[in-house]
Ligand binder design. Structure first.
Ligand SMILES: CC[C@@H](C(=O)O)C(=O)SCCNC(=O)CCNC(=O)[C@H](O)C(C)(C)COP(=O)(O)OP(=O)(O)OC[C@H]1O[C@@H](n2cnc3c(N)ncnc32)[C@H](O)[C@@H]1OP(=O)(O)O
Length: 311
């Protein structure tokens, strides 16, 4: 039995290495842009740091569910430049969390996020800086979506512009009654640039995406559920009488998908991610390799030993 487990472990390591070796460097790191695209992360980070205010706070819990809070209440949780840098650092921390299983992204003080901080946007409104900021945020949000954690955006209040884009960088979206997701970009003379349009098309189809972007439609929970953007509606506001706090409701909702050992939950996310992002043949080979990481691993052996039934 020990030899069998050891062999499985060796196989798991080598198949993991093969999986990663097959992926291009930028996909391995989760990024879309690197130096080969003329992208210099250090340079834009330095520029963004100059526009400070607010923070992105990360709380890793023993349950394996982390809470990421967009925290800039005096500007309705708009993203300052330093918060963009913070986000990238928090994503790195989450990428290196072996015990992690789930993630909730929320806004502070009863609203989600009102997009980019318009003061920073005005200051970097030249084309070059705008493109660099766009590449930086696309990298961070792509890495967020590619985390081996099951993620959910908890939308309370408003998710506007870049805030609406951020919700699409999570696996699921939950909305509190009375909240709104709105891609307001058209009203700003823009289109999404943080990857929100591409992800929206995947989530709701091109017809609905065109309607939401072209009409800058206010998506309430009912519309969100009807078009498949929203996965659940939470009762009332924080502290509403009789209703559990929204964060608690979101944790309860998410915990049905994060029950179990971290390596298994992470493998679940990875097979779905490869199915979502890779062409079929490549997705099948990746699925085989991920399967190799859980086959004969402790959770699998325990389940076999306990002769579990699924009634
Ligand atoms: C690339 C750009 C694009 C992207 O990243 O993809 C964007 O995101 S562009 C930004 C899109 N967002 C907006 O345009 C939001 C504009 N703001 C509003 O529409 C309203 O403020 C609100 C969010 C609907 C809230 O309205 P209300 O409840 O009436 O409160 P106030 O308007 O008084 O707001 C309080 C306070 O917050 C400041 N605020 C709000 N959003 C931003 C923002 N995105 N950037 C900077 N500051 C913001 C607002 O100015 C108020 O400040 P004070 O006037 O100093 O009190």
């Amino acid at each position: 039995m020990v030899l069998f487990a050891l062999r499985q472990q060796v196989l798991r390591c080598s198949s993991h290495c093969r999986t990663w070796a097959r992926l291009p460097q930028r996909q391995r790191s989760g990024c879309v842009y690197s130096s080969i695209h003329g992208f210099n992360q250090g340079e834009i980070k330095e520029k963004l740091q100059a526009f400070h205010g607010g923070s992105i706070d990360l709380l890793k819990q023993d349950s394996g569910i982390a809470v990421l809070t967009i925290n800039n209440p005096s500007r309705m949780n708009a993203f300052s430049g330093s918060m963009m840098v913070d986000l990238e650092e928090r994503v790195s921390q989450l990428e290196n969390w072996p015990e992690g299983k789930g993630l909730i992204v929320q806004g502070a003080a009863e609203t989600f996020c009102s997009g980019s901080d318009l003061n920073a946007v005005r200051a970097i409104s030249n084309q070059q800086d705008g493109m660099k900021m766009c590449m930086f945020m696309q990298n961070s949000l792509t890495r967020l979506l590619r985390l081996p954690l099951i993620s959910v955006a908890l939308v309370e209040g408003r998710a506007l512009g870049g805030g609406a884009e951020l919700t699409t960088a999570c696996d699921f979206r939950l909305m509190a009654a009375g909240s709104v997701i709105q891609f307001v970009h058209k009203h700003m003379g823009l289109v999404p640039g943080w990857g929100g349009a591409a992800r929206l098309v995947h989530l709701v189809g091109s017809q609905n995406a065109l309607k939401l972007l072209g009409g800058a439609v206010k998506v309430d929970p009912e519309l969100g559920v009807n078009i498949g953007l929203v996965d659940g509606v939470l009762e009332g506001h924080q502290n509403a009488e009789g209703a559990a706090p929204l964060l608690q409701q979101a944790e309860n909702w998410l915990s049905r998908y994060t029950k179990g050992p971290a390596p298994v939950i992470q493998a679940v996310k990875k097979v779905v991610l490869s199915g979502r992002e890779l062409p079929l043949s490549e997705a099948l080979r990746t699925e085989k390799d991920i399967f190799g990481t859980v086959w004969g691993a402790p959770a699998n052996l325990e389940a076999l030993a306990s002769k579990s039934k699924h009634k």
